[in-house]
Write a protein that binds this ligand. Sequence first.
Ligand code: HEM
Ligand code: SF4
Length: 556
Amino acid sequence: MYIYNDIDQRLVDDRVSLFRDQTRRFLNGSLSEDDYRPLRLQNGLYIQRQSPMLRVAIPYGTLSSQQMRALARIARTWDRGYGHFTTRCNIQFNWVRLAEVPEILAELAKVQMHAIQTSGNCIRNITTDQFAGVAADEIFDPRPYCEIVRQWSTLAPEFLFLPRKFKIAIAGGKEDRAAVRFHDIGALAKLDADGQPGFEIHVGGGLGRTPMLGQCIKPFLPRAELINYFEAILRVYNRYGRRDNKYKARIKILVKDLTPEKFSQEVEEEWAYSRNGPNTISNAGFAAMEAFFTGPNYLERIPHDPASLDALRNNRIYSRWVARNVALHRKPGYRIVTLSLKKTGIPPGDATADQMDAISVLADRFSAGEIRVTHEQNLILPHVAKNDLFELWAIASAYGLASPNIGLLTDVVCCPGGDFCSLANAKSIPVATAIQERFDKLDYLFDLGPLELNISGCVNACGHHHIGHIGILGVDKNNEEWYQITMGGREGKRANIGRVIGPSFAAADIPETINTLLETYVRLRHEGELFIDTVERVGLTPFKLAVYGGAHEANH
Ligand code: HEM
Ligand code: SF4
C-alpha cells in the first residue's frame, strides 16, 4: 500500500495541531459555535443525535493490520468499544467526546490516517473494487490511480468549495464491484485496441433524493490524461453547478439539465487547456506509484493439502462459508476471504475493538497484513493461501466474523438511521435485525441465492436502498416511522434504480412483507434464476399483487 512521504506526514501532523488549537479555543469560548462548525466539519466531526461523531477516511478501502489495530485502540479508549464501517468505505466513531477528538486525530496520524475531506463540499474518499489487485477478472489494478487521484484531490484549493460533495469511484475489473455508475465520477478500467490502459468515464450518477445512473461521457480516456480530464469535469461543475439550491447542487443535476452530450462538450473544451499539462501522468510517475502496490511475495506453488479437502467434505458450516465468503484470486493457490460484519442482531457494519484486533491478527498471519473495506460494509482479507482457509475460518468464527451469508438476504446493507443520525426519518438498524432474525435459516437463504437488501433511514440513501434488489426507505408520516419498499435496484454493469412497489408499511409488518416478496419469487422463478433476474423478467405487478392484493391495483 502507499506509504506517506515526509510531506504527506507533515501535512497530516500540521492539521492535527491546527485542529487541537481550534478545539481548545472553541472550548474556552474564544471561538463561536458558528466559527467552529466549518472547522470541525473539515475534520470529519459531525454533531449527531446523541454525541459528536467522527468519520475517518479509509482511502480506497485499504487498511494495514497496524491501522486496524489503531482503530481498535481508538474504539476502546475514546469510544464505546466499537466502530461502524460505512458504504463509503469509511469508519465512523459514534460516541466520541469533542475535547478528545484532537487526541484521536493524533493517534490516527501516527498510522498515516486522518479525517480530512470526509465531510463538506469537496472531493470525498475515493472508493474502488474491494478485490482490487487480486481479482481473477481484473483488467488492471486501479489502486495506483486511486492514490494518484487522492493526492491530487486532497486539499486541492480549487476544489475545496464545490457546489456540493463529490464522490469518485474507480474500478479495475471486468465486473464493476465499486458501483461506479452511482458516483459523481465513475471510471471503469478499459484497454484500447493496442492494449494500452485507460478508462471509460461516467458522470452524474448518485443516489439521495434524486437517484440517477451516471452517463458515459468518454468511452475511452488514455490513462495519462486521468487527472487532466477529472480537472476539466470539476471545473465545469464548479462553474455551472447550482449553488442556489442545495437539492439541485450535485453534478447529476447539471449533467441532466445540460444533457450528457452538452456537458461532455463543455468538458472537452475545458480539457483543451489542461491536456498534456503538468498533471499528465507520465510512465515514470505511474511506475513509481505502481511500485507501492506490488502485493506480497506469493508462493509459486501451494502444496496440495488433503486435510482441507476433508474439512470441506465433512464440515457443512465450513463448506457453506467457503461457498459464500471465499472468492477466486488471480494467483493459483490463493483465495480472497470476506469477513462478514453481518452477524444476526449486530448492526450491519459494526465491529468491536476486540474484533478489529482479531482481524489484525488474522491479516498478519494469513493475508500479508492487509485488509479491505467493502461498500457492502464487510471486510476482506485479500491474500489467503488456500491451505490456511480452515484455520482462518475457525478463528473468524470464534469472533463472530464468519457468518456464511455474503451476498445473501441477511448480508443487509444499512445506514445508522434514527438510532444515531439526526437526519433520519425512521430507524433502520432494528428493521435490519428483524429481517435477519426472521430469515436466519441457512438452508432457506442458500435456496434463495444471491439477494441484496439495503436499508436507509431517510431519502439521503446512505444505505444505498435504491440499488438493493429489495430496498427499504424510512419515511415520516405524521411523525410516525413508516417504510417504503423498492424493488429491481441493481449495481454492476447492468445497474438499475429500484422502483417503489406501493404504499409504505409499519416496521412490524416489514418481515412478513419481505416474506411475501420472497415466496412470490420462489413461485415464479425459473430453475436457477436469480431473484433480481426474476424481478426484471416478470416486472413488479405480481409482487404488488401478492403484497397488496387487488385493492391496491384499484387504488393506483
Ligand atoms: C453523520 C451521519 C450522516 C450524515 C449527516 C449523512 C448525510 C448525508 C446526506 C445529506 C446525503 C445526501 C447527499 C446528497 O444527495 O447530496 C448523504 C448521502 C449518502 N451518504 Fe450519508 N450521512 C451520514 C452517514 C452516512 C453513513 C453511515 C453512510 C454509510 C453507511 C453514508 C453514506 C452515504 C451515501 C452512500 C450516500 C449516497 C448518496 C449519494 O452520494 O449519491 N452516510 N448522506
Ligand atoms: S440515510 Fe438518512 S438516516 Fe441514514 S445515515 Fe444517511 S442521512 Fe442518516
